[in-house]
Design a protein around this ligand. Sequence first.
Ligand code: OAD
Length: 240
Amino acid sequence: MRITQARQWLRSARRIAVLTGAGISAESGIPTFRGPGGLWRSFRPEDLATPEAFASDPVLVWEWYDWRRGLIAKAEPNAGHLALVELEERAPAFDLITQNVDGLHRRAGSKNVICLHGDIWTLRCTVCSRARESFQVPLDPRPPRCTCGGLERPGVVWFGESLPSAAWLAAEEAARNCDSFLVVGTSAVVMPAGGLARIAKQAGAKVIEVNAGETQLSPMADAALRGPAGTILPELLALP
Ligand code: OAD
């Protein structure tokens, strides 16, 4: 019943916005952050995902991101990523906002992807901010120097840093102006991304949550669909 209703909301929406988190890539073999087996269960974010951590031990941080790049390089997009490609093709207007840095949405074929937390396949200079793509796996053992002499760092957003402003503005605009807001595989505890569903709801959108478990968004969702994204999203789109 709830899935039928949610399917109907997506079918009739003039504009759809989607927010994804680590849960959509879990079935591709990429660990989430907070659930069982989540990265923040075994590692401390303050040692690995802050500008201070990089300043005090750049090689440790570099190696951790290199390890994650290795995991992601072996992963393939799953049925959940592919369902969102299909949804983009069907929708009159569509924005895919992701907190993920793994690049799997683009690899699956999604076109309009807003990366709120950066991209693990980008390196950025700590001094001049020049960014470049790098798919090298494994990376050199130490962070390289930019042509300006500054150390390069992973092109992701760390705790305590602001989101890229163009990405955030685009995400907020999409949330405010969509008819259906689909939230997939995120605990929604990291702000400001975690607040987008409320922005959408306050602006009148139907909020549909797809998650393996209950989250703090579940009570406000118009439909909370429980289960793995790789199963629920194809069902939601009535894919064969
Ligand atoms: P979390 O690890 O906090 O949450 C993952 C969510 O995915 C949980 O709610 C799980 O229940 C759900 N989940 C797990 N497997 C799933 C599956 N197969 N199908 C559907 N749902 C599933 O990850 P995020 O919410 O993405 O930030 O975390 C947000 C941010 O915190 C990340 O972007 C990262 C992290 O610190 C930065 O790196 C800046």
